[in-house]
Design a protein around this ligand. Sequence first.
Ligand code: NAD
Length: 498
Amino acid sequence: MQRTIYTDGTWRSALTGEVRDVLDPADGQPFTAVSEGGVEDADAAVASARSAFDSGAWPRTPVAERAALLRRVADLLIRDREELGLLESRDAGKTVSEGRIDVDCVADAFRYFADLVIGEGAGRVVDAGTDTVHSVVVHEPVGVCALITPWNYPLLQASWKIAPALAAGNTFVIKPSELTPLTTVALIGLLTEAGLPTGVANIVTGPGHTVGARLAEHPDVDLVSFTGGLTSGTKVAQAAAAGVKKTALELGGKNPNVVFADACATPEGFDTAVDQALNAAFIHSGQVCSAGGRLIIEESVRERFVAELSRRAGRIRLGRGTQDGVECGPLVSLQQLQRTEEYVASALAEGAVLRSGGARPVPSESRPATGYFYEPTVLDRCHRRMRVVREEVFGPVLTVETFRTEEEAVLLANDTEFGLAGAVWTADAGRARRVAGLMRHGTVWINDFHPYLPQAEWGGFGKSGIGRELGPAGLAEYRESKHIYQNLAPAPVRWFSG
Ligand code: NAD
């Protein structure tokens, strides 16, 4: 798979001819290669998208036809579910069952935006205060969109951008993460198969500091939508600001999971809260922007809760995501593994107490020594001044902090520069609503962790980003509003007397 750049309706190699190996994170070995695009490839892709926007049919295609195409894409995704789920597993290290769920969610996103765009009227009539004026606000596509995506949910994050961008009538260039480009390449193939006109969808596989940076600053790009880390997101925002481009940023999180003792009062409640805390922190080895990596628990239940959580964390079956029975795959790269190790070392140096994990696992047939595996790790006795509590680890590391009062719980939950997501666990309905109302996060779960709905906005407060994906706001990101004011009885105004 080396011709992974698609511009002007043609699959091709990088203009420099460079290729990059794609590694399987379960063993660190290359299993395929992709074209390593550069700045010139980014320029060619933008030119293709620009021409398709300025003189192509897509922006002017009736909404019903655009929606029908999105639905065809959803059907094709489901047709290729097994293949795509497996590819995502190989590429990103997640289990195949997670890969399949991702494909279902991607199909849902395409269907949701098809339904949303078709359910709208042809504009909003505004009361101008007189019968002689007809005033209407209509929506138009923004233009050429640069879409830059991360490696943890490659296909899903791409779909949250591509589906609304297309529904709104834009053209785009996507740059997937250099670590996990494969399913995005496959998705572009499906868009083409579904009948998307030439030049509307373009992809350049390649590095962030060249291809991504060029797309963010390119004068012919009208909108930049970025999902990734805070450091690169800040650079993208600066580059886009210089061109006054519409910008959407979906960045990291440091997400609190607040557990009150009353949620653990019954055996079932205790089991559920522990089970979900485990899921919150360790699914996909913690490489989830909304991972519940900060357990904030009422002091009176801490010991019992952490003991059970640590026991269960130690039993999570780590291994190659494609292998049956495996519950958790490796980290995506050696860099991510080393970063996790550094955070754990820093936490221990700052006084955290290791309750589970804290090392690379013993190698086995399904966990080759060259793979990027790390044990699910529980760090007790943490406090808010520790780096591991303040910064996003993006690995299987759970920190434990405690509180005594509701006020203290809220204070801790909000003591982060991020604000992506968080949860509160309690049997007290009033407290649940009070705490959820006070938490400064884009998503707050009550007695749950992780679910999202395509029809509900996703995004963060604070340094977790700017703008929203999904929901009506996720479509609005890709549109300009235009006010059309029609004077039905034109006459001179005689402001000037001459
Ligand atoms: P990253 O920032 O390293 O890379 C993201 C993308 O940006 C990649 O395609 C990369 O090549 C590109 N990039 C890097 N430098 C760039 C630059 N200077 N200009 C333009 N593009 C550049 O992030 P990652 O490590 O791939 O992903 C993990 C991060 O993504 C985490 O912080 C995670 O929280 C975040 N994330 C957020 C959400 C959300 O919904 N808020 C979802 C998924 C992931």
